[in-house]
Write a new protein. Structure first.
Length: 280
């Protein structure tokens, strides 16, 4: 029992370290909602130091909470990875039954969809589209139109939405993270994107991100980039809005609290604020 406990403890440490790396592009800022009234000028420096220490501890705690929430999303995608490892072929109905069984609205709140994306070379594109249509999606096509040497196509999505057939190669915010996931075997997070299902002009849509888990033909970790590419099968992915992710993570971990939280995307510079909780 002791060995098992130590193993689980080590696993948790590894998981925390991994998600700290994934979150390296995001910063958490906390701000006091309730500020103590200074009753004497002589206590100002002491109160300020205690306030700063308290906010530092709160920021560290909030960062751990967000890493844990992303870890939950990763669990859903790793379950999808297991689906492909257990079968030579996963059909559209197989994927739909699997995705429904995850009960993502309850177990993974804020995760908008779960998808499966494949790398398709131009010489195989016609056969790929014909196979997808034969599974019941009669209007399936690779979008946007136009011939490209390689496509990163969403073949399955739950809920279906507007993602089916989309080629991520035309989305710079996503393609870099997909390549990194394929070549390293690591879970990756995209640059900021917007969801196609959100209404209105793209500039006004909420900031979103895509989480990706690479899938290979074998459960044995490939060795080196060349073998990663040779054994590569596809990507399990999930998308989430920053505001939904932050709200669900905070309300589940600490429904009553005295600090607000902001999530900043450091890659976005001065316009890096992507979500705050509570709103405003």
């Amino acid at each position: 029992m002791t060995a098992t406990w130590l193993g689980r403890r080590a696993s948790r440490r590894d998981r925390a370290a991994r998600w700290s790396r994934v979150l390296r592009a995001l910063a958490v800022a906390v701000a006091g909602i309730a500020v103590s009234v200074l009753v004497a000028r002589g206590w100002q420096s002491t109160v300020a130091r205690q306030r700063d220490e308290r906010l530092d501890r709160t920021a560290a705690s909030r960062t751990t909470t967000l890493a844990s929430a992303l870890g939950g999303y990763e669990n859903a995608l790793r379950a999808a990875r297991s689906l492909w490892l257990a079968s030579d072929h996963v059909g559209r109905m197989d994927f739909a039954r699997f995705a429904r069984s995850l009960d993502k609205e309850t177990r993974y709140p804020g995760l908008q969809n779960i998808g499966w994306r494949e790398l398709v070379r131009d010489r195989d594109a016609a056969r790929f589209v014909a196979t997808a249509r034969a599974e019941g999606v009669t209007d399936f096509t690779i979008r946007p139109p136009g011939r490209r040497a390689v496509y990163y196509v969403t073949r399955y999505s739950y809920p279906p939405g507007s993602r089916l057939g989309l080629d991520a190669r035309v989305n710079p915010g996503v393609v870099a993270s997909l390549d990194r996931a394929r070549d390293t075997g690591e879970t990756t997070v995209s640059s900021r994107i917007t969801l196609d299902d959100d209404p209105g002009p793209e500039a006004r849509r909420p900031v979103a991100y895509e989480l990706t888990v690479p899938v290979y033909r074998t459960d044995r970790p490939p060795n080196g980039v060349a073998e990663h590419r040779e054994e590569f099968r596809g990507w399990a992915s999930g998308q989430f809005r920053a505001v939904d992710f932050l709200r669900e993570a905070m309300e589940r971990s600490s429904p009553t609290r005295t600090t607000g939280v902001e999530l900043h995307d450091l890659d976005a510079g001065a316009g890096g604020l992507v979500a705050r909780n509570p709103a405003g």
